[in-house]
Ligand binder design. Sequence first.
Ligand code: 8X3
Length: 254
Amino acid sequence: MSSPRPRTAVVTGASSGIGAATARRLAEAGFHVVLTARRTERLEALAEDLAKEGHSAAVRPLDVTDRTAVDAFAAELTECHVLVNNAGGALGTETVAAADPADWRTMYETNVLGVLNVTQALLPALTASGDGTIVVMSSTAGLATYEGGGGYVAAKHGAHVIAETLRLELNGQPVRVIEIAPGMVRTEEFALTRFRGDAERAAAVYAGVAEPLTADDVADTVAWAVTRPSHVNVDLLVLRPRAQASNSKVHREL
Ligand code: 8X3
């Protein structure tokens, strides 16, 4: 008896951190994973690792802010059952009074319009699959604000609103919309990017925090939510390390 064809999961921002860990978890769950991000070499290295472990992975370099490229990517995709909108990130911790509008624009482009671009482009395939799932990787920054959060908080609120609105608009269609909102996650790049390469300031984010979440902790919840029975929609899943009670209340052992 031949085994059924694997279902396809597209993961954006799959070159590192939560995206890479999610791609791995979904591959382990039996999905054919399509790895997308701007950095091709990293995607290829991950795809190679996954293939060595007997998993099925394809590499498609993609900038989610480039609508023409996103449309071309979607046109080439033969099918899609799961889309994980993970690409995004933070730039700067300036106050609203001092922030550079260019940083806000970049964050809006990646965290909001990136989700819009890829979701719009893949929605026909997700619907045609008869059992589609859209995951929006938002953040606790999409649900509450904090000083210096500014443009990132605004952008993640935008991502949150896409998930909420899409769920209403797709009601009656065979597509679920799941929002995963992580709090403090220690990855190799998130804080470093936010602090523009300043490793000391990036490390200070996690100083004294016993166990920040890992990318794999988040990936585990994505895989769990995606593999629930089709009629079960995990609307919104907030996860934080035990040491973090809110965006601004963090227990540190210093
Ligand atoms: C990351 C969480 O607290 O840095 O999305 O905004 S936080």
